[in-house]
Design a protein around this ligand. Structure first.
Ligand code: PMV
Length: 318
């Protein structure tokens, strides 16, 4: 392992369309946002530590998996986050991506290719959560707008292909849109692994739920067209439909639904939906009045911020 400190950062993300359905081979459309996870690391003779504490495989599950996968020896790691944890904005993926970038760089002595980071970070997420799509880790690695799809598409810039069992996902980079978006966290922790497992049970036992998953896929495909045409009204309507479909899958909770309803009532709001795994976590609103929506949602006890899409993916340097 090379000496010296390596520092990496990786962005969080919001899912515009397709969460949960993407686990079952439907497309998803996500944006990297301008809030990041920072990780530094250096080789050490002593035990591996995270923020000065001995690595705890349970508490530091994503880092533990990243260390297992990269197998580079003992390291001293520090983390600092601009993202709410368990907040549906991709903090665990950004942590996996930044940690993998640091560990691969320390092991190889040179900046690793993005595709290696995306693959290894996906494996770390998968091992920790028991099920996952490569959506969050791909967006956090590549930055920008990312369309994940079971087949290779003509749209955008082809990034890479990732397989797991019988599933295969093709990642495509799209132009980064300037969308007026507000993100609000409802204050209830949403646990991705639990929500993914819950949806899996429903999808396996209920044909109606499988129809909902396919309907989300169709919404996402329409969303890609609406985004290309910068048609905010259509995007908003599709976000609303996507939210109702996620509600039908059982991942909406009253605390999120209240925020979604309140945001939709502000004049100038095109649409709103939960984002990420649900069961808590965050919602997003597409609105001409982001400051007003933020004030309304904060008045209801949410933590809200204006999200700006960013083309900056993972960055790693010695
Ligand atoms: O909880 P988040 O924001 O990391 O989103 C998870 C997205 C899911 O589609 C629910 C799961 C996945 O791995 O794609």
């Amino acid at each position: 392992m090379s000496g010296g400190v390596v520092a990496a950062s990786a962005p969080g993300k919001i899912i515009l369309f397709g969460e949960h359905a993407v686990v079952y081979g439907e497309p998803s459309l996500s944006l990297a946002i301008d809030r990041r996870m920072h990780v530094t690391g250096e080789a050490t003779q002593g035990p591996t530590t995270v923020n000065g504490e001995a690595l705890d495989p349970h508490h530091h599950a994503y880092i533990h998996q990243a260390l297992q996968l990269v197998a580079g020896g003992h390291v001293r790691l520090t983390t600092a986050s601009e993202l709410p944890s368990a907040g549906g904005v991709g903090s665990s993926a950004a942590l996996s991506v930044a940690a993998v970038a640091v560990l691969l760089h320390l092991k190889r002595g040179t900046a690793p290719p993005l595709e290696d980071i995306a693959r290894t970070a996906f494996e770390a997420e998968y091992a920790t959560q028991g099920a996952a799509s490569p959506n969050d880790t791909t967006v956090s690695t590549a930055g920008g707008a990312v369309l994940l799809s079971p087949t290779r598409l003509a749209q955008g810039r082809f990034l890479w292909r990732i397989e797991r069992g019988e599933r295969v996902w093709h990642a495509h980079g799209l132009d980064v849109p300037a969308l007026p978006l507000v993100v609000a966290n409802c204050g209830v922790r949403g646990r991705t692994a639990e929500q993914v497992a819950k949806v899996r049970r429903t999808v396996e036992s209920d044909a109606g739920a499988r129809d909902v998953v396919r309907a989300i896929g169709e919404i996402t495909r329409e969303g890609v067209q609406a985004l290309a045409g910068h048609d905010l009204k259509r995007l908003g309507r599709l976000m609303n439909r996507n939210h109702e479909a996620l509600h039908a899958l059982g991942v909406d909770i009253p605390a999120l639904a209240r925020l979604v309803d309140a945001a939709r009532k502000v004049p100038g709001t095109y649409g709103a939906k939960l984002t990420g795994a649900g069961g808590g976590g965050s919602m997003i609103a597409l609105t001409e009045r982001p400051d007003e929506v933020r004030r309304v949602l904060e008045g209801m006890g949410a933590t809200a911020f204006r999200a700006i899409a960013t083309s900056r993916g993972v960055e790693v340097r010695p």
